[in-house]
Design a protein around this ligand. Structure first.
Ligand code: FES
Length: 176
């Protein structure tokens, strides 16, 4: 009875995750210490969906036979996992010491103001999400803002709207 229930759960979990992740989990299960691959499994899930939803983590928990609290705990511990859908364009502001000293805080305030969201959130139209980063290794260019892969150097608060328009931001939508 118990195994029939487990089989049902496993099949349900397999419907949630993509085939490539299921195969990867099966491959990990055949290795030594399969649970040690949890983080790389979560990365693959996030690469596919763009974030980790509760149902994704529950499916990983069932397929890897790891308690769901542990899966959630591990995912929450690392800053590189997201738990909500991300925007088409990811705007990341460096808040390392050099950038902070050169005014990154004010740039971030302006960014939040224009987009109407906080760090870690995504705009309603799913166009932008905001992240902060620690030093990205370009201190001479502080303050540094990165949109997707493009680096913007020496960003001033009044340049933020112009940069965002390159990615479809409409200034008239900006909050006063
Ligand atoms: S502190 Fe921002 S790049 Fe180093």
């Amino acid at each position: 009875m118990k195994s029939a229930l487990l089989l049902k759960e496993v099949n349900k979990a397999k419907e949630v995750l993509p085939e490539s992740v299921i195969r990867y989990i099966e491959d990990c299960a055949s290795r030594k210490n399969p649970n040690s691959h949890l983080i790389s499994v979560l990365h693959k899930v996030q690469d596919h969906f763009g974030y980790l939803a509760k149902e994704h983590m529950d499916a990983v928990s069932i397929l890897m036979q790891i308690p769901s609290a542990k899966v959630t705990g591990v995912a929450s511990f690392y800053h590189f996992f997201n738990f909500a859908p991300r925007g088409k364009h990811r705007v990341s502001l460096c808040m390392g010491t050099a950038c902070f000293v050169k005014g990154a805080g004010k740039v971030l305030d302006k960014l939040k103001d224009h987009l109407g969201i906080d760090v870690g959130q995504t705009t309603e139209d799913r166009l932008f999400s905001i992240d902060v980063a620690r030093c990205v290794g370009a201190c001479a260019l502080a303050p540094v803002m990165i949109v997707d892969e493009k680096v913007y150097a020496g960003v001033k608060p009044d340049q933020v709207a112009k940069i965002l328009t390159e990615y479809g931001f409409e200034p008239r939508k900006a909050k006063k």
